[in-house]
Design a protein around this ligand. Sequence first.
Ligand SMILES: Cc1cc2nc3c(=O)[nH]c(=O)nc-3n(C[C@H](O)[C@H](O)[C@H](O)COP(=O)(O)OP(=O)(O)OC[C@H]3O[C@@H](n4cnc5c(N)ncnc54)[C@H](O)[C@@H]3O)c2cc1C
Length: 410
Amino acid sequence: MSSIKQEAERCLKCKKAMCSAHCPASTAVPQVMELFLNGEIKKAGELLFMNNPLSAVTSVICPHERNCAGHCVLGIKGEPVMFYRIEEYLSRFYLETMDIPEIKKNGIKVAVAGAGPAGITMSILLLLHGYDVTLFEAQDNIGGILRYGIPPFRLSRDLLEMYKDIMLRMGLHFRPNTRIGTNIMIEDLFPDGYKAVFVSTGTGRPNKLGLIGETLGHVHFAVDYLKSPKAFKLGQQVAVVGAGNVAIDAARTAIRRAHSHVTILHFMGEDDMTANREEIEMAQIEGVEFIHYAQAVRIQENAVRCVRVKRIEDEAGNVRFEEDYTDVFDVPADSVIIAIGQGPGADMQVAGVKLTQRGLLDVNEWGETDTPGVYAAGDIVSGPRTVIEAVAFTKKVFQRMETYLREQPE
Ligand SMILES: Cc1cc2nc3c(=O)[nH]c(=O)nc-3n(C[C@H](O)[C@H](O)[C@H](O)COP(=O)(O)OP(=O)(O)OC[C@H]3O[C@@H](n4cnc5c(N)ncnc54)[C@H](O)[C@@H]3O)c2cc1C
């Protein structure tokens, strides 16, 4: 593998950089490369952090093939520049050596609900601009899915500790184990002096298959399993139902922790899977078995009953999947892990803000809810997406929220 310096030297520093154009956070790739090659690594790290405070995270777990690397012009005929490797190095170095800037406090209180990527990004932006931020988090620590979902072999937890330390040094008030929408409601915050509330509570509720057998003792939801894999006894044969990144993370964790034989089954073909190519490949290398075109129809004590699915593509290229109920088979399973997507929890139903039909927060393009002073971003607005998308929208919401805050009477 080439060194990161060699990798930076390959970059053409295009005037119209397609890598930047296809980064949801519009990372200034050519400028970062230039600073790096000139040896100005702290400046390069600062540029990354100020544009995307979570660049140390996104450089590791972004779907690069869909964003920067997937649009590098060098990738048309050869190998794209792996900017994210340089970004990871610079971002980590910056976090490790960061001097907390002297920030003049403005005394304006803002509440942030949810300490995942959106909540961390908003808190950092507010703190950098002098606001007095209190971050309420249902769990005992910051990170959201970065801590309680993505396995440590993909994202090192020391990064999250660095973020927590930086925010606390900037003056953050952190209230762990505090769920907004149970005892503290959004409307309770304004009388205590908060001028605005930012909601970033994510989509932590797993979707159900709706099948007979789903409540049995050997059946688990992937997001619950990934929260604390140690708490689960899975047995020798594990069947994971799903085709996305969450299914792959659960399967790869089960292989590591339970030394089980793990099978991923789902109703589509390999090319239709929504998981990243690299993740699928890693799971294959680690020995995960894939059964494509299998629709689970019932969960039994020791197996998942499936029917075969046919992939039908019409002349216009539209694809549909059709179950063949004459072709029935069982996938052996001591445990079944369900990974078919997530939705919002029930807290926001009582929070008094308008919801969409899917139960997500109903916001405009600036993240404004129907309640003045209440803003939202991240998965609770978009449904399950990616970290970089949560960061990018949070930045946009911050701009509107700042304007609102400046207009408020003292
Ligand atoms: C297993 C898994 C793997 C993934 N892998 C990737 C990947 O490789 N790359 C990628 O880009 N994206 C990945 N994603 C998606 C990505 O993690 C999410 O898009 C991102 O975390 C969304 O950020 P968020 O801040 O909106 O929500 P979350 O990360 O869900 O954070 C929400 C936070 O709010 C807290 N909370 C919930 N309700 C309340 C409440 N009422 N009061 C206070 N706090 C509350 C939660 O405890 C949580 O800490 C993955 C998702 C999962 C589930």
